[in-house]
Design a protein around this ligand. Structure first.
Ligand code: MG
Ligand code: MG
Length: 261
């Protein structure tokens, strides 16, 4: 069931998503060769709690029956597609790290992800990041009232596959509101004119997960970390958006991240 949001609810969602944006920017300030993702997690958790919110990922139940997620952010390095668990391995020059963050503030959820470069990355990887972020914005441009969810995925898929990249199928965007994951599912692939109708009040997270090589993935033994089968890098950018006032508002933001990085 899709819960369409009122203007009052969208305002609360904006606040939650702005806090996610600020958390990601805070984390971004600490990203450099030598830092560990556990250290980044500490920065994020402290910032979220200092701002009166709760990190939604911490203690999130494991859908595969394993241990709950132990950290406040997912840190997915290089060939890790999503759900990377922060650890004590220092980042090195040339790595990429996707930082996915969710908060619960005043009963509503924020969810956004940004893939950061650590030092200098190869041209090939830089291009993967550029195109994945562009695909996110093309998806958002297609999230207009009166269109369908399939239009979003079609736009993301078309751009990414035109560059020869892989579009991960097993993980998708989602509705968001009082719960972090609500209906509808928002795949990064699809057919124009198919899927649920986009209506006023719809709030969704759009989040392309795009691989440099094949889109085939596997789950590591920790029952969280998702990696590419071919070992090639993967990028992930995510915004939470609201369809209202005759347009699409991006509730999260990369502005602070890109100002400080
Ligand atoms: Mg996320
Ligand atoms: Mg999400």
């Amino acid at each position: 069931m899709i819960f369409l949001k009122t203007e009052d609810e969208i305002e609360l969602m904006r606040a939650a998503n702005q806090l996610v944006a600020k958390t990601l920017a805070e984390v971004g300030k600490h990203i450099r060769p030598g830092v560990t993702t556990i250290e980044l997690d500490r920065v994020a958790e402290e910032f979220i709690r200092d701002n009166g919110a709760v990190p939604t990922f911490k203690g999130y139940p494991n859908p595969c029956g394993g241990t709950p997620f132990p950290a406040s952010i997912c840190t997915s390095v290089n060939d890790v597609v999503v759900h990377g668990v922060p650890n004590d391995t220092p980042l090195v020059n040339g790595d990429i790290v996707s930082v996915d963050c969710g908060v619960l503030l005043n009963g509503y959820n924020g969810d956004s992800c940004y893939t950061f470069s650590v030092g200098e990355v190869s041209d090939e990887v830089a291009q993967l990041l550029t195109v994945t972020k562009k695909a996110l914005y093309e998806g958002i441009a297609n999230a207009q009232r009166g269109k369908r969810i399939g239009d979003i995925g079609f736009a993301v898929q078309t751009l990414c596959e035109s560059h020869g990249y892989g579009v991960v199928r097993e993980f998708v965007g989602h509705g968001i509101g009082r719960n972090m994951h609500e209906d509808p599912q928002v795949p990064n692939y699809g057919r124009m004119g198919y899927g649920p109708m986009i209506k006023n009040g719809l709030c969704i997270a759009i989040e392309p997960m795009i691989t440099l090589g094949s889109p085939m993935i596997y789950m590591s033994e920790d029952n969280w970390t998702i990696k590419t089968r071919d070992g090639k890098p993967s990028a992930h950018f995510e915004h939470t958006i609201a369809v209202h006032n005759g347009g699409v508002e991006i509730l999260s933001s990369f502005e602070d991240i890109e100002k400080t990085n």
